[in-house]
Structures are given as C-alpha cells and as structure tokens.
Design a protein around this ligand. Structure first.
Ligand SMILES: N[C@@H](CC(=O)O)C(=O)O
Ligand SMILES: NC(=O)OP(=O)(O)O
Length: 341
C-alpha cells in the first residue's frame, strides 16, 4: 500500500498538495477500487478506529460515501445530525467535537456552511494533542478536497482504466463552467488540476467570475509551482477543444444578491448542452459534482447520457477515494491494522 508521500494529519485544502501527494492518493484509491470490485468488499485496515461524520450542512453524496468508505475499512462510524443534537440546546461546535473525542473518535469528517470551521476544529485537536485527524467535507466557499480528489480519480479512470494516475491529465484542457465565485468545488479543483499539469479554462458571467479572478487565485498559491488558468466571460472559448467539461451548480444559498437575470438566460449563455460540446474533443466527457439543477447548468439529456456524462462515475469513485483518504490518515493510529486481504 502506497504511503510514501504522505505525512498529513489533516486534509483541509488541496492548495499545498504536491504532484507526489496527488499520486499517492490515486495509487491508494486504485488499491481500494480493486477491493471494491471483489466479492468481499471489506478490509480490516481501520478496525478499532472511530470515524465521526459531523455535517452541519446538508449532504447526500459526501456524508454517505464517507460512511460507506469507513465501514468498508472496518472502522466504527458515528453520524452527527445537527437538528437532533445538543447543538439545539446551545452546545458549541467545539464542545460537540470534544464530546466525540471523549467517545474515542480518531478521524472527524466535517462539513460546515462557514469557511474555516474544519480548520478551527483541527487546530483545537492539535492544541489538545489528541492525534485526531480532520477531513474537510466542504466548508463555505473555501474547499471541498475529497470532491476534487474523486474528480481527479474519475478523470484518471477515463483516460486509463487500468492505471489511473494523476499525471495522465498533464496538458489536458479542462473547462470549469458555472458559479466559480461561490464554489468550493471549483477552488479545490483548481488547486488539484493545475498541480497535476492540466490547463484549466474558467467560464461564467462576470457576476460569478469577477475579472482578475484567475490571476488573484494563482498568486494565493502557498507553493511555488506553475499553474495554468485562463478565464473567459463567454462559454465558447472555454469549450473549444476541451478534453473534459466540469459543470458547477449555481450556489443560490451563497448568493447574497441577485447575480443573474434569470435561470433561463443563464442556461442560454452558460448551460452545457449536447450541441455546445460539439466544439470539444470528440472524446469529451462531462462532469458535475452534484446535486444538479437539471436544465440549468447542464441539459437533462446530456446529464443522463452514459457515453458523455461521468456524473454517476464520480459518485462511484467517491467511495474508493474516501477510503484512500481515511486509510492514509488513519493507518498507524491506535487500533488500525494493515490493509490485509
Ligand atoms: N455538493 C457540492 C457541490 C454543490 O453543492 O453544488 C458541495 O457541497 O460543494
Ligand atoms: N458533491 C457533493 O458534495 O454532494 P453532496 O452535497 O450531496 O455531499
């Protein structure tokens, strides 16, 4: 099991991930991908560890696939639901996390509507010297690292189903279309795709992709590596010759004001359709992190076309990639075992 390039306790963002770390996640995910295709889809790798899912914001895919991933690794799983928790009696988030710590939690997966909450909990866990690892399941518009990693794995599987690696996307043109401004998926994908050598083309109306966004993004990079990002205020140049098109949901819950004339007009300008992807490479595939607003960011028929859409594949990849993350972060902790057979 590969873990040569791994010494992270927490995964909060992909901004400082190196190409070697992306490869480590991919190699580890491949091992679990193979496990998931066997008749017995479970390994004892994290037996005795406790993984706690703390989702303060709604989720279908991320929460459930982290739960399944942890169970496939034989960890015990606790699921916290804010609406029925003692949060409603005034308990703070940090005290909630400490309560789960007292129950023996080793790994916490945290989603919150405010950027920085998983990071604050990770800092508190470190301050208390707990050894607990925190995985960011999506915080505000900051980051959604496991989503970008499963997107990378899906791209790798598409390019080489036998040996999906991160370096396969080197030199590929990837269009990222939609509500870039409010999207944590866009930000995590930008760090990931550019570190692996892809050329990313952003397309959105200026209200969702302010002028200068790409340059400002690149200057925030905490590591000194070349990152290729081009931004467009119309869809056509981003799609022209693209190898992959990633569509993004309009994050209405994060729009403080009306940023679009109407959903119909948005679809006319930036909706990804079968017709519009004619200008892409003939092998083009379309992705979307989900949940999808059918007929808004992507046409319904394109979304459902198994020859063009990777949306279901992304969900399937998510389990293997989240197993890889939990494994890399959890192995060696008290109670964890080897990957076994
Ligand atoms: N599910 C993803 C994408 C989305 O909601 O549009 C997220 O939580 O960021
Ligand atoms: N893609 C994603 O994070 O989906 P959920 O919000 O359903 O978890």
């Amino acid at each position: 099991m590969a873990s040569a390039s791994w010494n992270r306790r927490h995964v909060l963002s992909l901004a400082d991930f190196t190409a070697a770390e992306f490869e480590t996640v991919m190699e580890t995910a491949v091992s679990f991908w193979q496990v998931l295709s066997r008749r017995t889809r479970k390994v004892p790798a994290l037996q005795g560890l406790v993984v706690t899912n703390m989702f303060f914001e709604p989720s279908t895919r991320t929460r459930s696939s982290f739960e399944l991933a942890a169970k496939r690794l034989s960890a015990d799983v606790l699921n916290f639901a804010p609406g029925t928790s003692s949060l409603t009696k005034g308990e703070t988030i940090l005290d909630t996390a400490k309560t789960y710590l007292a129950m023996g939690t080793n790994l916490m997966v945290i989603r919150h509507q405010e950027a920085g909450v998983p990071g604050a909990i990770a800092a508190e866990m470190d301050r208390l010297n707990t050894g607990v690892g925190v995985l960011n399941g999506g915080d505000g518009l900051h980051a959604h690292p496991s989503q970008a990693l499963l997107d990378l794995f899906t791209l790798g599987l598409t390019l080489d189903p036998d040996q999906p690696t991160a370096s396969l996307i080197k030199g590929k043109k990837i269009a990222l279309v939609g509500d870039i401004l409010h999207s944590r998926v866009a930000r995590s994908n930008l760090w990931c795709l550019t570190a692996c050598g892809a050329e990313v083309h952003l397309a959105a109306p200026p209200t969702l992709l302010p002028p200068g966004f790409a340059d400002a993004f690149i200057t925030q990079s905490p590591i000194d590596i070349p990152r290729a990002i081009v931004q467009h205020s119309t869809l056509a140049p981003a799609l022209e010759g693209a190898d992959f098109v990633m569509t993004l949901r309009l994050q209405k819950e994060r729009m403080a004001q009306h940023l679009l004339p109407s959903l119909r007009e948005y679809h006319q300008g930036f909706g990804v359709t079968r017709d519009r992807i004619q200008s892409c490479q003939p092998t083009v595939k379309v992705l979307h992190p989900g949940p999808v607003n059918r007929g808004v960011e992507i046409s319904s028929d394109l979304m459902d076309d198994p020859n063009l859409s990777l949306i279901s594949d992304q969900v399937t990849s998510g389990v293997a990639v989240r197993m890889a993350l939990l494994y890399l972060m959890g192995v060696g902790k008290k109670g964890g075992e080897g990957v076994g057979e």
